[in-house]
Design a protein. Structure first.
Length: 363
């Protein structure tokens, strides 16, 4: 088992990563359960992995709340019904709920746990690769609203993150690849050696070599834990580096109608390429570096152009969506750009007209 500690003073917690961890769920979750545990999951995850969790929970009684799968569950309506269900089950503030699913379940159930009874405890049991390496760690929870993605939410750290890579056996390959884009992101932010490792082993990890995948997950999670510990609430700019590819990516997702037509990780994949190409255009990054990143995403079967997503020549539309994104500050738009692989930085003042021209010319 690999344990990664997230050091946040009184809000510190561990991330346990272990093949087969679900089988020992009772032992891991006993401190957070008081004999019963309210579990929030989605219908796909429950069909694929519910039995494994129930077996592992043993004597702990599971109270299950299921939501429909997909991004559309991160909504006001679903939040309301979820909170009502929790209260109907007699949830008390001193209890923990468990979010058992991908990033959608984690974000939705995490936000519900931040507000129900003024905040109850939360355990994250992420089942998608994206959730295992990213969304379950760091305490960001959110739903989507008319104005954009993740615009309503709360910081609410979990008490434990339990990662079982064996869950990934039932995840669709497309979702596995989408989650992999976030793994590459960590390497690109500040770990060039890890990027080299991914060039060598990433494809095998994606093809089902679980020890390699577990190693990639642990390295990613350790990278995120360090950044979150340094800047829990994204005040110093350090945590903002995790948004590499995401300002572009969120606009891409919004333009795709926040639907499963374009997965978050796919939007991030194209967004990262855009961030690198834009860095090249601004003269801060060598073209070879951007090409290396593109080649890696391409070899993994991830999208790397706007036109693949049906969004070519949509610069004005995408820029309008970025300007309404939450990262706008004092009328300027900050972007995470790169000086090269492993060397991301925040550029605070990027002119939107430059971005629009760049996007329109991007193929
Ligand atoms: N809070 C954060 O810090 C943060 C970070 C990154 C992404 N996110 C959010 O995460 C969401 C995307 O997460 P996601 O990609 O996990 O999407 P998701 O939760 O929709 O999961 C993807 C699909 O896989 C299914 N699934 C999940 N695990 C499975 C398993 N083990 N077996 C079979 N099917 C399984 C789900 O039912 C779903 O259909 C987005 O809403 C994004 O905004 C949040
Ligand atoms: Zn992301």
């Amino acid at each position: 088992m690999t344990t990664v500690h997230v050091s946040l003073g009184p809000r510190s917690y561990d991330i346990l990563i272990q093949e087969g961890a679900l089988e020992n769920a009772a032992a891991h979750l006993a401190p957070y359960s008081r004999g019963r545990l309210i579990i929030v999951s989605d219908e796909n995850v429950w069909a694929a992995q519910g039995e494994a969790l129930l077996r592992g929970l043993g004597p702990i009684q599971a109270e299950l709340i299921l939501v429909p799968p997909g991004e559309s569950s991160k909504s006001w309506e679903r939040l309301e019904s979820l909170v009502d269900c929790m209260l109907a089950l007699g949830l008390e503030r001193s209890e923990h709920i468990a979010a058992f699913g991908g990033g959608v379940v984690g974000d939705l159930a995490g936000f519900a746990s931040a507000i129900v009874s003024r905040g109850c405890g939360l355990v994250q049991i992420p089942t998608s690769l994206l959730a295992q390496v990213d969304s379950s760690v760091g305490g960001k929870t959110a739903i989507n609203v008319a104005a954009g993605k993740n615009l309503v939410g709360a910081f609410h750290q979990p008490s434990l993150v339990l990662v079982d890579p064996a869950c990934l056996a039932t995840l669709e390959p497309r979702h596995l690849r989408a989650g992999y884009a976030e793994i590459v992101k960590y390497a690109l932010i500040r770990d060039a050696r890890f990027f080299g490792w991914l060039e060598e082993h990433g494809l095998s990890a994606l093809a089902g070599d679980r020890p390699l995948l577990q190693q990639a997950i642990a390295t990613s999670v350790a990278g995120k834990a360090a950044i979150v510990a340094a800047d829990e609430r994204e005040t110093s700019g350090e945590r903002a580096l995790l948004n590499l590819g995401h300002t572009f990516g969120h606009a891409i997702e919004a333009a795709s109608g926040l639907s499963d037509r374009c997965l978050h990780g796919e939007a991030v994949s194209v967004g990262i390429i855009l961030a690198f190409d834009f860095s090249v255009r601004r003269g801060v990054c060598a073209r070879d570096e951007a090409e290396r990143v593109r080649a890696h995403f391409a070899s993994c079967g991830l999208p790397y152009t706007l036109s693949e997503l049906g969004l070519g020549s949509r610069g004005a539309d995408l820029v309008r969506r970025m300007a309404s994104d939450k990262k706008k500050r004092d009328g300027t738009l900050a972007f995470i750009l790169a000086r090269g692989i492993g060397s991301a930085f925040m550029e605070r003042e990027v002119r939107l007209e430059d971005v629009e021209a760049f996007l329109d010319g991007h193929v």
